[in-house]
Design a protein around this ligand. Structure first.
Ligand code: SF4
Length: 182
């Protein structure tokens, strides 16, 4: 029998949520028995080669490339999961929301305390660079999201339980102990 196919992506995130996937420790071996990975930083497959059963998204959308990748995931994945606070609410990158984009760029490239040697006062303007969005968008504001797994990062046990439930068709439980952060 063919295995369920899983894809993952990191958008405007810090890769901490992907580290939490790897934090399932020795369960990584049963996971590889249970699923096949397609497009993902985990196996370094860059493009979709198959329709996937489950897509896992870390990070929200801060630029045009994030939006493109997210829409590709929605197109190729039957179930889409927002993994972690950045995907669910924008998270830390969304701290720039409410600050005009021009001010953010000025601080980052012209006037911030870490700016050195930009004597010609150049803002990055190569046409190959993705366009910054006016704010950081949570994934569900761009595409339909089926499940939300909270945490920064979500605990490995939560990721494991959710994946196993989806793969085996069991009810997904989110007990308070797994999602509380107080
Ligand atoms: S939710 Fe936390 S761990 Fe995950 S990408 Fe955002 S900042 Fe990193």
């Amino acid at each position: 029998m063919s295995k369920p196919i899983v894809a993952t992506a990191s958008l405007a995130g810090c890769f901490g949520c992907h580290m939490s996937i790897l934090d399932i420790d020795e369960r990584i071996l049963p996971l590889i028995d249970l699923v096949e990975f397609n497009k993902s930083p985990i196996d370094d497959i860059k493009e979709f080669t198959k329709t996937c059963d489950i897509g896992i998204i870390e990070g929200g959308c801060c630029n045009s490339e994030n939006v493109h990748v997210l829409k590709e995931f929605r197109k190729h994945c039957k179930i889409l999961i927002s993994l972690g606070e950045c995907a669910i609410m924008g998270g830390l990158p969304a701290l720039r929301n409410g600050i005009p984009i021009g001010e953010c760029l000025k601080e980052a490239y012209l006037e911030g305390p870490t700016v050195k040697n930009n004597v010609h006062k150049i803002l990055p303007n190569d046409s190959e660079l993705p366009m910054l969005l006016d704010r950081v968008y949570p994934c569900h504001e761009i595409v339909k999201i089926d499940y939300f797994l909270p945490g920064c990062p979500p605990r490995a046990d939560l990721i494991w339980d959710a994946l196993v439930a989806l793969i085996t068709g069991k009810e997904m439980k989110l007990p308070y102990e797994v999602i509380k952060f107080d």
